[in-house]
Design a binder for this molecule. Structure first.
Ligand code: PLP
Length: 391
C-alpha cells in the first residue's frame, strides 16, 4: 500500500481553494478531546473570529460540523416547521438546492427566479411577499458560485423585514471574499463554508443566527427534523453548558481558527480589496484575448466566462490540469459546455497565480486554435499590476 501523495495543484475552480501551509500545519496539530479545556477555549476564540468575519455581534455564531451544505441545512431545518411557507430565490444551482432542502424539511416553498447569470430584483421580492404574506423567511444566495453573479442584499433585506419575515443568506462563497455585513444588512441566518474564500479544507460551516432567528426557533411547537443539526442542542455545547452533543471535528476547528486568523490579520477590508485587485488583473487578461464574462454583476472571487465558439472546453480544462496542474471549474446546468468558472478565492487570489493561469490558458488555447497567439493576456494583466492597486 502506498502512502498518500496527492499531486500539487493550483486550485482556481469554484472551491476548494488553495490551502496555505499555516492552515495545513494547524490541521496536523495533535488532537485533544472535544471537552478539553484547551479545545473549549479554542471554540470560544473561533466563535469570536467568525463574528468578526460575519461582521456581527450575534451570540449564536458557531461552526457546524459538515461542509457549506450542512450550514444550509442547519439554517433551513431550524427555521422550518411542517407546513411553514417560505420564499426562496433561485438564480443558479445553490438557490435550487435551498428549495430542495426546504421542501424536504416540510416547508411550502414559493420561488422567485432570475435567469442564470443575473441577480434577483428587489421588485420580485416585494411581489412575492404581496402574494405570500405568511412567508416566514426569504432565502437567497449572496454569491452564486454556479453563475458568478453577485447579489446585492440591502434593499432586499429591507423589503423582507417590512414584510415581517426573516432573511436567510447563503454566504458560502462570499465570506472572506466580498463585503458581507450580517448586522448592518439585518441578516437573520447566514452560513458559509471553509473551503472557498477562507482557504481551509472543506469540513466546517460557519453559521450565525440573529436574536430574531433564535426567537423564531424558541416559538417552535415541533422538534427540529434533524437531530444532528438541531441548534437548540448545539447551543448547549457551544454555549456555557458545554453539554456533549456530538464529537466536534477537533482538527478542523484548528484549521478554521488559523484560516480565520489569517484573514483577520490581513484585515477584512484589505482582504476584499486584494480579491478585487487580482480580479481586475485577471479580467483584463481574459478580455484582452476576447473572452467574455457572463454575469452583468460579476463576483471578484468567481469569474464565469464564455467558452469561445469552436473551442472544446473540456479539452482546455484537461490540458490545464494535466500539463499545468491548474484546476478550473466547468459550467453547471445551462452553463454546461459553454462556461468556465475561474476561482480567485482566498489564498489563491494573488499575482503569481493570475499570471500562471493566464500563461497556461493562452498556451492551451493556442494548442486548440490558431486564433490565440500567446502573450496578449499576460501583457494586459501585467499592465494592471504595473499600475498597481491604487489605479
Ligand atoms: C459551495 C457552495 C455551497 C455548498 O457547499 P459544500 O461545501 O459544497 O457543501 C452552497 N452554496 C454556495 C453558494 C456554494 O458556493
Amino acid at each position: 500500500m502506498s502512502a498518500i501523495n496527492p499531486p500539487e495543484r493550483l486550485l482556481m475552480g469554484p472551491g476548494p481553494s488553495t490551502v496555505p501551509a499555516r492552515v495545513l500545519r494547524a490541521l496536523g496539530a495533535p488532537t485533544v478531546g472535544h471537552l478539553d479545556p484547551y479545545y473549549l477555549e479554542l471554540m470560544d476564540e473561533t466563535r469570536g473570529f467568525l463574528r468578526t468575519l460575519f461582521r456581527t455581534t450575534n451570540d449564536m455564531t458557531l461552526a457546524v460540523s459538515g461542509t457549506g451544505s450542512a450550514g444550509m441545512e442547519a439554517s433551513v431545518v431550524n427555521l422550518v416547521e411542517r407546513g411553514d411557507e417560505v420564499i426562496v430565490a433561485i438564480a443558479g444551482v445553490f438557490g435550487g438546492r435551498m428549495v430542495d432542502v426546504a421542501s424536504r424539511a416540510g416547508a411550502t416553498v414559493h420561488t422567485i427566479e432570475a435567469p442564470w447569470g443575473e441577480t434577483i430584483e428587489p421588485a420580485q421580492v416585494r411581489d412575492a411577499f404581496e402574494s405570500h404574506p405568511a412567508a416566514k423567511w426569504l432565502g437567497i444566495v449572496h454569491a452564486e458560485t454556479s453563475t458568478g453573479a453577485h447579489q446585492p442584499l440591502e434593499e432586499i433585506s429591507r423589503i423582507t423585514h417590512d414584510a415581517g419575515a426573516l432573511l436567510l443568506v447563503d454566504a458560502v462563497t462570499s465570506l472572506g471574499g466580498v463585503d458581507l455585513r450580517v448586522d448592518d444588512w439585518a441578516i437573520d441566518a447566514c452560513y458559509s463554508g471553509t473551503q472557498k474564500c477562507l482557504s481551509c479544507p472543506p469540513g466546517l460551516s460557519p453559521l450565525t443566527f440573529s436574536p430574531a432567528a433564535l426567537e423564531a426557533m424558541d416559538r417552535r411547537t415541533t422538534p427540529v427534523a434533524s437531530w444532528y443539526l438541531d441548534v437548540s442542542m448545539l447551543r448547549q455545547y457551544w454555549g456555557e453548558a458545554r453539554v456533549y452533543h456530538h464529537t466536534a471535528p477537533i482538527n478542523m476547528t484548528y484549521a478554521l481558527h488559523e484560516a480565520a486568523r489569517a484573514v483577520i490579520e490581513e484585515g477584512l477590508d484589505a482582504c476584499h480589496a486584494r480579491h478585487r485587485f487580482h480580479h481586475r488583473a485577471l479580467r483584463a487578461g481574459l478580455e484582452a484575448i476576447g473572452l467574455e464574462y457572463i454575469p452583468s454583476r460579476s463576483l471578484p472571487v468567481l469569474n464565469a466566462i464564455k467558452v469561445p465558439a469552436g473551442i472544446d472546453e473540456a479539452a482546455v480544462r484537461k490540458g490545464l490540469l494535466s500539463r499545468h496542474g491548474i484546476e478550473i471549474g466547468a459550467g453547471l446546468g445551462p452553463f454546461k459546455g459553454v462556461a468556465w468558472r475561474v476561482g480567485l478565492m482566498g489564498h489563491t487570489a494573488r499575482e503569481r497565480n493570475v499570471l500562471t493561469f493566464l500563461a497556461a490558458l493562452e498556451t492551451e488555447l493556442g494548442c486548440v486554435s490558431r486564433d490565440f497567439a500567446a502573450g496578449r493576456a499576460i501583457s494586459a494583466a501585467a499592465a494592471v499590476y504595473r499600475d498597481g492597486d491604487s489605479a
